[in-house]
Design a protein around this ligand. Structure first.
Ligand SMILES: CC(C)(COP(=O)(O)OP(=O)(O)OC[C@H]1O[C@@H](n2cnc3c(N)ncnc32)[C@H](O)[C@@H]1OP(=O)(O)O)[C@@H](O)C(=O)NCCC(=O)NCCS
Length: 144
């Protein structure tokens, strides 16, 4: 089940981030995003009452930017990430978003595969965006 994230999910969101990235956006940051930021949209994937993935966007006018996207290691490659992203793209479309952008590590071929499948295209490269690694900026133009 995909649903909006609530402050009760933050513990699990941080756990997922730490296992995938070794770092986290932080509980305080996520709490502000969920409670105080009207431009933020976060969704979780709940499977058997456990949060196994989350995705977050910020939306400004007709532009959306991905903040984070993660599925737990033991449930990757089972289609949940694609479902989560696809669900969000539909929601963003309903909000009349025209352009969606995100950054991904050059080496992150799995994520790039999912983004390309969903219609994202390379916009430009940010040299050494991730300290020692280039970042790809991908953009999806929502069809009218
Ligand atoms: C990226 C991520 C969110 C995708 O979620 P997921 O649930 O694993 O994704 P799905 O199972 O829906 O799809 C994975 C796809 O990648 C493919 N894939 C797996 N390993 C791959 C690789 N090394 N290279 C290319 N494609 C790969 C799978 O075959 C599948 O393709 P398909 O849908 O065409 O069959 C998840 O893997 C993750 O949390 N990764 C770590 C965190 C991360 O990198 N987040 C993105 C930051 S920009």
């Amino acid at each position: 089940m995909i649903r909006k994230a609530t402050p009760n999910d933050i513990f699990h969101m941080v756990r997922l981030e730490k296992s995938a990235f070794k770092t986290t956006l932080g509980e305080k940051f996520l709490l502000q995003e969920l409670n105080d930021n009207p431009f933020s949209f976060y969704y979780v994937y709940e499977l058997n009452k456990t949060v196994i993935g989350y995705i977050g966007f910020r939306v400004y006018d007709d532009q959306a930017e991905m903040m984070n996207f993660v599925v737990s290691l033991d449930h990757q490659d089972e289609g949940y990430g694609s479902q989560l992203l696809s669900y969000c793209l539909d929601e963003l479309e309903k909000k009349d978003v025209k352009t969606i952008s995100l950054e991904v590590r050059k080496s992150n071929k799995k994520a790039q595969h999912v983004y390309e499948k969903m219609g994202f295209k390379l916009s430009h490269i940010r040299k050494k965006y991730y300290e020692n690694e280039d970042g790809y900026v991908l953009v999806k133009e929502v069809k009218m």
